[in-house]
Design a protein around this ligand. Structure first.
Ligand SMILES: [Zn+2]
Length: 290
């Protein structure tokens, strides 16, 4: 977060963590910055008007095309006329890739929920994902009718493309939570890191320990990701019949080469456990590994 006020920078750091320092990276010419390690900041948005969104194509000499996706917003003499951008969102995105069509330009005016007096701040983004969720966000803000407490999160996205390239980036997401009367200005502190499970226990996603007086929560928060294409390809290479066998065979290939038979036995157990957990997680849902 950047600001031209050193006191504000100090207070932002006290709420969001990090150290106030000189802003070397530009950031609109504001002198102070705080690099917080928070993934999410609880913010206040003053209704749908807090979100200003447009589509902009910047040239060397300034704005070439500024529209709302349908009509020009500038210059004055073209305002309101059809701008010729593709009607479908995906096509707009494709057209922007060649650098000749406008990109989203979104400016969200917010205050820090725990310290509204410090604001307002601006969150600026050209994220297509943010543009795609805008109408949902505006509707949610409309429903709250007044200042809305939201979480502004820089969500980590990690995946592997079809060609096997690893992709990792952060996408901004705004989640509308409710009114200041009903939502706390600070999210609950993150759960204490849980100790590593014993080797014999099935590994599970960490979740907060249940209150001593409440019965244990049902296990409904498993996350299972399977690259079915990769599994099928591996099955062809290894000549295996089902997915579990494929995984074991693939691991055996790696491990047997090093003649580590105990390691192989351990991996086999692990795979069986993972399969059991995955089976539980998928139970009752219409998922199949095809
Ligand atoms: Zn346009």
């Amino acid at each position: 977060m950047t600001t031209d006020d050193a006191d504000v920078a100090t207070r932002v750091a006290s709420f969001l963590g990090g150290e106030p320092q000189r802003n070397e990276g530009g950031g609109g010419g504001l002198a102070h910055e705080v690099l917080t390690s928070r993934e999410s900041v609880r913010i206040l948005l003053d209704g749908p008007d807090a979100v200003a969104a447009r589509m902009v194509l910047q040239g060397i000499k300034g704005i070439i095309h500024e529209c709302d996706g349908v009509e020009f917003l500038s210059p004055e003499e073209k305002k309101g006329q059809p701008c010729g951008c593709p009607p479908l969102f995906e096509n707009r995105k494709l057209a922007a890739k060649n650098g000749r069509s406008p990109m989203p330009s979104i400016d969200i005016t917010f205050r820090i929920a725990a310290a509204p007096a410090l604001g307002p701040f601006h969150f600026m983004t050209t994220s297509w994902q943010m543009a795609a969720q805008l109408s949902d966000l505006l509707n949610a803000l409309e429903r709250v009718d007044g200042p809305a407490v939201c979480d502004l999160t820089m969500e980590l996205v990690v995946y592997t493309t079809k060609t096997g390239r690893s992709v990792c980036y952060r996408k901004p997401v705004v989640t509308v939570l409710g009114t200041p009367d009903t939502v706390a200005p600070e999210p609950p502190p993150p759960a204490e890191p849980t100790p590593a499970p014993a080797p014999s226990a099935p590994r599970r996603k960490a979740r907060p320990a249940p209150e001593p007086t409440t019965p244990p929560a049902p296990q409904s928060s498993h996350s299972v990701n399977v690259d079915a294409v990769l599994l099928r390809r591996a099955a062809q290479v290894l000549g295996t019949g089902d997915h579990q066998e494929t995984v074991i065979a693939a691991l055996s290939e790696i491990v047997a080469g090093r003649q580590q038979t105990t390691e192989l036995a351990r991996l086999r157990e692990d795979v069986e456990r993972i399969a059991a957990i995955a089976g539980q997680a998928l139970q009752g849902r219409d998922y199949s590994l095809t």
